[in-house]
Design a protein around this ligand. Structure first.
Ligand code: B3K
Ligand code: ZN
Length: 870
């Protein structure tokens, strides 16, 4: 049997304003594990002459419907569809009460209201509210919510939470305890939330710039209070930063964050009541890495920033998702950067774009940041909408400058506060504030794909003139030219920065034509031209620069991204040459010498040195090929890793020794310097562990693994040993599991590190680990740690015999009905079968058709498979 009715697509062009508004919603939840009763009273008004009210609803048991105190009669007054409730011939204005039941315990999809690990919790974005009650479940219907939660056993659920302010509590005649919440801000249903459970509570306060006191509350699993302090600080930092940089203050008297163990994604910005995956709240030094801390801070910031960009101004329809997500990721990135590691953050953001977003843009699910067609909305929470969306906002920031951009933000907020807006509303505010015409820039919102720019330089000594010709091409033939800001640096051969008169003050060239020429005069020798400083546009750059030029850039460019990128170019050239020639990989001496110098000079930022040593991933290299030579890429990357380990052995040891005291400095444990030192120690060890016979390495691996106070170091050592298949790997894995078996978030690292070993044995290993007590099919974090990690272990996933595919597909089948969102995430790496020109193509097509024929195929999977096989 195949899907009975194929899920239907929705189109952006079909947008129609709702025929009804729902001004208030009064919800009563009688919480019960398997039969929660929901009573929903709405004040509804007609907006046009539509006679019938059609509400969304899925997996609900309808009990009764009352309209203005009249109990309605089924079939005569209303009709229940599979995904809707239609009320016939409604008046212009009325009160409607719907009573229905739901089963939170059976809800393994974790969408709507579910009960997991003893906690009732909800997730409504994008379309989960319709799994709680019948409603106009679309983001342009804004209502004021009052929510009352009832429980029979108060001891079991001491905390009953919803959006807004707690307004009343009591006990019913039947002995049910209840708590009532009221949120004064009209909001779409996707921002609604309820939570009921027993938690430890961490409280603090924040005083806004206007002097209002806000109560801050973190609800965490019992016994985990000491792991919530960092997140609390991050929240206060976010609140302060948004006031200082964007002039935006918090608007309610209370801000709550609940950390739950079962959650499909990172976190959710429900008004006044954020629900977080515990992974992005709980952190202490012994159990969380520096990167975990940084992630906690970023996600706390992200959800907080949504209060303005998302909640106060929401999206008119889901095609506008990037309006809130792209902008909020941009704000989150700026927040993180302002915390002190701007260059490091920028490079990491670029890596995500290049390995994941460019890949998505090159595959069957490619979409513009404002897509035109959607089957399952949950499939569109993508690197394109989020990260490329942020890059597009960043380009505006680059073009307009901070001051004008902020003026545009103020305008956007003044014009749209309290409304459901579109991407065009945002652009219009930016146009009005800047006086610039953004018509061509708007194409970034409607055209998918990654533009590629090519740069040609021509220097005339006689005229002392440099002529630069830049052209743009698109991987999507129908695309019109983009408006591309190209920030550049000009360097003399000796590395001095040059500022010819034609170079704008902000060093940003604007490419708007398919091909454009820029001239720079007064240059007495041929300069080095370095385009795309700070990765000023999400484009590929067809690089034809000479080795000498690249080396000059690595040494002298002002912009850290340019220096890093030039080194990446050199790695990439070596990899491509090795693949093309089928021979051994060689690295230019100048590169090795440069890396040696950076490792041993005490002045370079160790975090940036660590990033220079980070070689491209197999996935990243694969993205550069039209047809992917899997094994050749695998071999070349292995050789590159080994070549660096061998070539830099002495300097890697020296750098590790030099930074070890700072890395383990207890006084400055969380300083930027200590974090950077640990980054470099981990990176060094990651190479050194390839030198399996070295006693010096063996000793340092052990020493670092024993640095119990810092998970960054302990896990860094473990990863180095495991990924290099060092003889210490097995014993360290066993010790680590023994020490941390009680802590699932730490055990996720243990699962992930084994799933990412670049060796054929990883398939059997992952198989075996699905049976391990640390693994749990019903928990998304466990599945992501083991199986999503494996799905990015490129050469193993794409093993020629199809064993990697079989492993992933059996997981997807298992999760198809249980949790489609999680299943859908695992599917993505299998979609791009056209990129393999060998037996893999057939294998992939076969597994996709098998999945396509599965009974009850989830729409999430259906959409991706259809796109892929089309
Ligand atoms: N807005 C949520 C994501 C919801 C995903 C729904 N499948 C988290 C965030 O972006 O902040
Ligand atoms: Zn978001």
């Amino acid at each position: 049997m195949t899907v009975t009715t194929a899920p239907t697509a929705r189109y952006r062009k079909d947008y129609k304003a709702p025929s009804f508004s729902i001004d208030t919603v009064d919800l009563h939840f009688y919480l019960d594990d398997t039969c929660t009763r929901v009573v929903n009273t709405m004040q509804v008004q007609k907006r046009d002459d539509e006679p019938d009210l059609v509400l969304d609803g899925e997996q609900l048991q309808l009990v009764q419907v009352t309209l203005d105190d009249r109990l309605l009669v089924a079939e005569q007054d209303y009709k229940v569809g599979r995904k809707s409730l239609t009320i016939y011939n409604v008046p212009a204005q009325f009160s409607l009460t719907i009573e229905n039941t739901i089963n939170p315990s059976a809800n393994t999809a974790l969408e709507g209201l579910y009960k997991s690990a003893g906690v009732f919790c909800s997730q409504c974005e994008a379309e989960g509210f319709r799994r709680i009650t019948y409603f106009l479940d679309r983001p342009d219907v804004l209502s004021v919510y009052t929510t009352t939660l009832y429980v029979a056993n108060k001891e079991e659920y001491p905390h009953l939470l919803s959006n807004g302010n707690k307004v009343d509590t009591g006990t019913t005649a039947e002995g049910l305890s209840w708590v009532r919440w009221h949120d004064p801000y009209p909001k779409p249903s996707y921002l609604f939330a309820v939570v009921a459970g027993d938690f430890d509570l961490l409280e603090d306060t924040y005083t806004t710039a206007e002097g209002r006191q806000v109560l801050l509350q973190f609800f965490v699993d019992k016994g985990n209070l000491n792991k919530a302090y960092f997140a609390m600080e991050a929240l206060k930092n976010s609140m302060r930063w948004d006031e200082q940089r964007f002039g935006l203050s918090y608007d309610l008297d209370i801000y709550m964050v609940v950390a739950v163990d079962f959650f499909n994604m990172g976190a959710m910005e429900n008004k006044g009541l954020n629900v977080f995956n515990s992974k992005f709240v709980l952190a202490d030094e012994a159990s969380a890495t520096d990167q975990d801390f940084i992630n906690v801070e970023a996600v706390i910031g992200h959800e907080y920033f949504h209060n303005w960009t998302g909640n106060r101004i929401t999206c008119r329809d889901w095609f506008q998702l990037s309006l809130k997500e792209g902008l909020t990721v941009f704000r989150e990135q700026e927040f993180s950067a302002d915390q002190g590691m701007r260059a490091v953050n920028r490079i990491q953001d670029v890596r995500i774009m290049r390995t994941h977003q460019f890949e998505e843009d090159a595959g069957p699910m490619a979409h513009a940041i404002r897509p035109d067609i959607v089957v399952e909305m949950n499939n569109f929470y993508t690197v394109t909408i989020y990260n490329k969306g942020a890059e597009v906002v960043r380009m505006l920031h680059t073009l307009l400058g901070e001051q004008t951009f902020q003026a545009g933000m103020r305008r956007y907020i003044a014009d749209n506060d309290g409304k459901a807006a579109t991407c065009n509303d945002f652009l219009q505010a930016m146009e009005q504030a800047s006086g610039r015409n953004l018509n061509q820039f708007k194409r970034w919102y409607s055209q998918a794909g990654t533009p590629e720019i090519s740069v040609q330089t021509d220097y005339s000594r006689r005229q002392r003139k440099l002529t630069v010709t830049i052209s743009q091409a698109s991987d999507k033939p129908a695309n019109a030219p983009f408006h591309i800001p190209i920030q550049v640096e000009l360097l003399s051969q000796q590395g001095e920065p040059l500022h010819p008169p034609e170079l704008p003050v902000n060093s940003v060239l604007e490419l708007t034509e398919p091909e454009q020429t820029f001239t720079f005069t007064g240059l007495k020798e041929a300069p080095v031209f370095a385009p795309l400083a700070n990765f000023s546009a999400p484009v590929k750059c067809n690089d034809t620069r000479s080795l000498d030029e690249l080396i000059t850039i690595t040494r002298f460019a002002q912009d850290a991204f340019l220096r890093w990128d030039a080194v990446q170019q050199l790695y990439s050239q070596a990899v491509h040459e090795a693949i093309a020639q089928g021979g051994a990989l060689t690295l230019p001496n100048a590169l090795i010498d440069g890396l040696k110098a950076s490792l041993t000079d005490g002045n370079s930022d160790p975090a940036l040195v660590a990033l220079l040593l980070q070689i491209p991933s197999e996935e990243g290299v694969a993205a550069e090929f039209k047809y992917v030579p899997v094994s050749a890429i695998h071999r070349a990357i292995t050789e590159l890793h080994e070549a660096l380990a061998r070539g830099l052995y002495t300097e890697l040891l020296q750098a590790w020794d030099m930074h070890w005291p700072q890395a383990t400095d207890k006084q400055a444990a969380f300083s930027k310097e200590a974090i950077a030192a640990r980054m470099l120690c981990n990176t060094c060890l990651g190479y050194l562990a390839a030198m399996t016979d070295s006693e010096a390495v063996h000793e340092r691996l052990q020493r670092q693994f024993a640095a119990e106070q810092s998970m960054t170091l302990v896990f860094g050592a473990l990863q180095a040993a495991v990924h290099n298949q060092h003889r210490l790997a097995e014993v360290q894995l066993a010790q680590f599991a023994n020490r941390w078996q009680h802590d699932p978030l730490v055990m996720d690292k243990w699962l992930a590190v084994q799933a990412t070993v670049r060796h054929a044995s990883s398939i059997a290993k992952v198989h075996e680990l699905t049976e391990h007590s640390a693994f749990d099919w019903s928990n998304p974090n466990r599945v992501y740690a083991l199986l999503a990690s494996f799905s990015h272990n490129f050469a193993q996933l794409h093993q020629a015999d199809g064993a990697g595919y079989a492993l992933l597909v059996s997981a997807i089948k298992r999760l198809n009905t249980a949790n489609p969102q999680v299943a859908s995430r695992l599917l993505s790496p299998l979609l791009n079968w056209r990129r393999f020109n060998d037996a893999r193509q057939g294998l992939l097509q076969q597994v996709l058709s098998d999945l396509r024929n599965m009974p009850d195929l989830a729409p999430d999977l259906f959409e991706k498979i259809e796109q892929s096989l089309r």
